[in-house]
Design a protein around this ligand. Sequence first.
Ligand code: AMP
Ligand code: MG
Length: 451
Amino acid sequence: MSVFSSVAPSAGVVSFEVARRLVERHSLSVCPRAVETVDLLAGLGRVLAEGIVADRDFPPFARATRDGYAVRAADLAEVPVQLELAGEVKAGEWPEPGLCTVGCGQAVGIMTGAPLPPGADAVVMAENTSLTDHAVEVRRRVGVGENFVSRGTEALAGQLLLDRGRRLDHTGVAIAASVGKSRVEVFRKPRVGVLSTGDEVVEIDATPGPAQIRNSNSYSLAAQVQNAGGEAVRLPIAPDERGRLRALIEQALIEEGLGCDLLLLTGGVSMGKYDLVEQVLSELMADFYFTGAEIQPGRPVVFGSCGEGVLASADGHDSAADGEFAAGTQAGAPAPRRKYFFGLPGNPVSTMVTFELFARPMIEALAGMTPRPLIFLRARLKSEIRTKTGLKRFLPAVLSGQFENAEVELARWQGSGDIASLARANCYLVIPPERQRIEAGEWVPLLMRTG
Ligand code: AMP
Ligand code: MG
């Protein structure tokens, strides 16, 4: 519980930085539930539950990096020089000593990827030679060690190449393949409940009434969850009615069959008369870590958890004994069965931004990764911005420009409901809370949009 004791009970509206740090700290207390073994390519995007180790030296032999001739560098002290051609090694062939050795005044033809023959200490590129009958004329000197990679210089047998907890991308797949891992152990994906709330919200295949809107949030969130390495469990839409909302939240947090590790709610967290999410979660004895962040869009975002006791008594389970946190937990110290939730604002852009800023690290941690830090880049602002002070803004923006000359400008947008604006954007321009005016040409921070 050390994580919690060092985190102040900061329910209330906090700065962006405090909110982000609170999520990061809490994400240290969660871990994935189980491990499975999958085919290597099915492991793409999954998080390794095992370290990947070099099964032999890399490269496994001194490997030529150029087509040309294996030589003794000392023979090229004066160029041009004629060397006797003593053989050839192709990639995939092993140069047998005696048959293919580079002696004084000799050269052996060699192809990229072939092992350096005995006696050689450098490779001269074919471009710097010409071939005559049984002799090679070399026109350029090479130093010892040039144009080949010595055995074991990339990695030694037994060396850890990929850490447990690393999400497999194509480079990780290449490493696993190179050490012969056709199957890999990965963590089971966390299951993330997605619960949209609102009397006006209808399913996407329904014909909306004049004042209704389709439930796009459940889908955008499910997509973001998948992108972050989780598995989304889309729940039915909850109306703005206390009883039904509570039943659905309880179901998501408690029902073993659903097996949700985290709950994302959308809507119902603002100040309106029918914004009931916080009230209902309070009735369920939730702990709140923040109930708003000084950001725009997304100010009403809520982060909290339902504690061990409440969940255990509600579903009649002993949390410490049910083994749910077995994987990755130290023996004798089971992690508390604490389920985290985020209440994200219902406006679609706010939902997507707050997911990116706050929910993603928790999903990454539940998936077995060390959450990735937010990386802020900088680019030159294309045209002046005027805004109000007080909130840190993450506004949809377009990063463009030729080659190294990156420029950024705000995407046209009509506010937090404007999904099309975010779809046109490829990043968020970040405006510090104290800035009222930013001139064209200034270097401004931005955050790339993932997915
Ligand atoms: P709320 O945060 O509940 O006040 O919702 C703010 C606005 O977000 C609503 O007026 C809707 O226009 C929109 N909204 C709420 N829930 C959804 C949803 N599930 N899908 C799309 N838009 C939504
Ligand atoms: Mg609502």
